[in-house]
Write a protein that binds this ligand. Sequence first.
Ligand code: GDP
Ligand code: MG
Length: 420
Amino acid sequence: MGQFISSTPKEDNDMAYSVDKFFKTFKMESKIIPEDTIILIQSYLEKGDVQRTVSIINEALRDIESAPLNIAVTGETGSGKSSFINALRGIGHEEEGAARIGVTETTMRRTPYTHPKLPAVTIWDLPGLGSTNFPPQKYLEAMKFGEYDFFIIINSTRFKETDAHLAKVIRKMNKNFYFVRTRVDSDVDSLRRGTPSTFNRGRVLGDIQKDCLTQLRHAGVVDAQVFLVSNLDASDYDFPALETTLLRELPAHKRHVFIQCLPNITEAAIDRKRDSLKQKVWLEALKGGVLATIPFVGVVCDSDVEKLQETLTLYRSYFGLDDSSLEKMAKDLHVSVAQLKENLKSPRLLLVEKDESLGEKLLRYVEIFCSVNGGLLATGLYFRKIFYLQSYFLDTVVSDAKFLLRKKEVLKGTMGSGKA
Ligand code: GDP
Ligand code: MG
């Protein structure tokens, strides 16, 4: 295959340099390609080894799409496990596939919950250690502890010593755990009402945090990571910080699916999704670029249009801009779908209007994208048009998602349920 290389040694080096530069721009928690994979891609590019470059990119793409992620959520019944599992997947408590809230546990078995759009991610609802009457070690064996990437231990208002013992044993088994204290919204609200003159939100939260750490230390667990959350509002308290920490501590190739699974309720979450998809699109383009003998010519062909349609549908669904998500959001906010869609560009990206054919429209997008991101063309990477189009679609969907997030905040504020 090597004889089909169209690039010169200088171009190969430019490409290797661009790979390095590109991946360096992302935050740790959004990097989806392992460092050693990037180094390998670079070294194959430098050697002009097309076959190996392509095969390592293929492997990386396969890994990030299909690497399974298994999360164990444990805690006593009533602590907020089911609510947490729904919040983490961004699924309303009454939606299809939601974990049922407020029901007493009767099963001694673990229950798997997947994300409707991302089958690689499974969140396991484990029965509380206390309700099984097992000692921690036995409990972990029965729950197949080896299968999880990490544990989330959920505690509510009353600290459960059994959970601290469990934490100790999880650590002994060389597994990671994160300690999550739910219902901090209730603590904050009741103290605000009870002692309005001395109330200080930061201090209330600081005290809860300290108390959890002290109790964990008493049980022999030092340096635990404690997060104070409200399952009723995953954009507040430590929920966003928990997401960032989980992502940072995961191996890079497992981040992509988890990032796509997390709900679009903060700008940071939307940016992470964009960055993760950007790396994926870029790798696909690099592969195409390495293989292409005549890059960047001609019009957009039919199979490209089909692929673009698929990509757009996928992006809209990842960012909550698909028709059914928009309908649901419109209902929640008591506005019409048309009102929500006003100012959104993504639903109209591939619509053919009277005065312009789809082909012309697509070429215009390429021009817009390249005029804004001209730098890319100067890096020695000559990608195909479809890359520019996919990138343009991604940027458009992201800007729509952010617009909707702000609109939602404004509408919620006017409905009188604004955050304190
Ligand atoms: P599980 O038994 O551990 O699965 O707990 P659930 O998720 O079923 O929650 C038990 C109850 O606590 C339900 O009434 C939830 O609405 C409530 N709950 C759970 N998490 C929170 C939270 O963060 N804040 C508040 N205010 N209520 C919560
Ligand atoms: Mg439950």
